[in-house]
Ligand binder design. Structure first.
Ligand code: HEC
Ligand code: HEC
Ligand code: HEC
Ligand code: HEC
Length: 339
């Protein structure tokens, strides 16, 4: 149980779910059934699709959508589950938190989709109405008073909405799933220790759905791409350290995570030389000050927390316009994942 609780600390949204998990699943079921989102607050993609039809169309072309049906049928998935002693992949297993979105259906917690709108934008129940109310019945977005707009966004965020403008927050979701900070799942289950994710390439391909403000689903503007790149590199370092923090045995998991952290640290150092942003040097220092060794959780977590602070500052303090020196390190369009 202690192990599970420790894993839970690194999930950004799931905090506080331990108690809820116990209530929903009953005491007989273990806390390992942590989910990425609070199922009682999940509305499901259809609720968003009422207004966001084109986003749904884009999403349906992604692995995030198809994994719902495809994963349980894969023999590779069965092999991982068998090694982990899991009978049903879709029923209360360790797999739910990253491969599925769960909601309460007829009183029971059930996976209802793959990785869906709310996996990245936050569970919607408390903000879905607020975020599309432009000042009462009949008032359209284009006629919304400026003050109302500011208040609407503030209220939506306070109720758990993760807006694209909060780049660190929206991207943190990607890294919390795409690095797999679960030693047993990797060493025993033989699950990959994570994806080779780089945020520009991975967000601008099949995942891209810039279909609201620019109907043609264009790639994000160059200034935004630079910021996506930076925040991705920072999160890579943060989450690799969180991964190493969970390492207790000299085996595949520990080796992979430590390699990843070293590489991420080196990259941050290199990027810090290209542009003028002291937050990057601060991140490098924090990472360099901690040893990448087994059973060093407290110190590694503290370093990761520091890096998170610098990464949030980075996302907030700059708009990318002065970072043209990054353009030569940004991935080319042909590298966009599934684009
Ligand atoms: C009743 C219609 C409606 C529903 C339902 C709805 N939205 Fe929206 N949403 C809108 C409108 C209209 C806008 C654009 C107006 C604006 O700038 O906020 C918007 C904007 C957004 C944005 C961009 C906001 C920003 O900060 O730029 C996101 C992200 C979003 N919606 C996500 C969702 C998700 C996720 C759901 C489901 C949980 C959802 N929406 C359900 C109408 C809706
Ligand atoms: C911490 C998040 C996380 C958890 C928990 C997790 N996975 Fe995964 N899984 C991923 C990610 C991310 C990928 C994609 C890896 C890549 O990019 O190659 C993946 C890929 C896979 C793949 C190979 C991809 C494919 O579709 O063929 C299988 C099989 C798989 N997972 C099975 C499982 C099973 C079974 C469980 C539960 C015992 C599980 N996973 C739990 C994150 C997770
Ligand atoms: C894998 C995470 C992820 C999923 C799943 C996801 N989004 Fe997004 N969404 C993002 C990110 C990241 C951005 C900002 C992209 C950028 O700036 O290039 C975004 C942007 C948006 C925007 C603003 C688009 C614009 O035109 O600028 C809307 C609206 C939105 N999402 C709604 C949705 C809806 C509805 C769904 C479900 C069908 C969904 N999202 C699924 C991560 C996600
Ligand atoms: C709730 C967990 C979760 C979140 C959040 C998440 N992903 Fe994923 N993602 C996965 C899993 C699991 C897979 C593998 C699905 C499969 O193929 O079975 C995947 C697959 C992908 C793929 C396809 C990879 C391939 O090998 O073709 C891309 C691209 C991707 N994710 C990008 C992103 C980006 C960018 C974000 C954040 C904006 C994000 N993901 C957020 C879990 C997640």
């Amino acid at each position: 149980m202690w192990g599970t609780l420790k894993i839970m600390k690194i999930r950004p949204i799931v905090m506080g779910l331990a108690l809820l998990g116990a209530l929903v699943f009953g005491s007989a079921v273990s806390l390992a059934q942590q989910l990425h989102l609070d199922p009682a607050k999940v509305m499901g993609p259809d609720a968003c699709g009422e207004c966001h039809k084109s986003s749904i169309t884009a999403w349906k072309g992604s692995h995030h959508f198809s994994t719902y049906k495809a994963l349980p049928r894969k023999k590779e998935a069965r092999a991982v589950a068998d090694k982990m002693g899991i009978k049903r992949i879709k029923a209360g297993s360790d797999c739910l938190s990253c491969h599925f979105t769960s909601a309460i259906v007829k009183g029971k917690t059930k996976p209802i989709a793959g990785i869906s709108c709310e996996s990245c934008h936050g569970a919607g129940r408390d903000w879905i109405k607020v975020h599309s109310d432009f000042g009462g019945k009949g008032v359209k977005a284009e006629n919304e008073p400026a003050a109302h707009r500011v208040e609407r966004f503030a209220k939506s965020e306070a109720a758990g909405m993760i807006r694209p403008s909060s780049l660190y927050k929206v991207a943190e979701n990607c890294y919390s799933c795409h690095l797999v900070p679960n030693e047993k799942l990797v060493n025993v289950g033989k699950h990959p220790a994570g994806s080779k994710i780089e945020l520009v390439a991975w967000s601008q391909g099949e995942v891209r759905h810039n279909v609201w403000y620019s109907k043609e689903n264009q790639v994000s503007p160059i200034e935004r791409l630079r910021m996506i790149y930076l925040v991705g590199r920072a999160l890579e370092l943060e989450y690799a350290l969180r991964g190493v923090a969970k390492a207790t045995k000299k085996a595949k998991y520990a080796v992979k995570m430590a390699k990843r952290a070293k590489k991420a640290r080196k990259r941050i150092k290199a990027i810090a030389k290209l542009i003028d942003a002291p937050e990057l040097n601060a991140m490098y220092k924090a990472a360099k000050a901690v040893k990448l060794k087994l059973n060093n959780e407290a110190k590694l977590t503290a370093a990761a927390d520091k890096i998170a602070g610098h990464a949030k500052a980075l996302a907030k303090n700059y708009d990318g316009s002065a970072f043209g020196a990054l353009d030569r390190v940004l991935p080319a369009a042909k590298k966009y994942k599934g684009g």
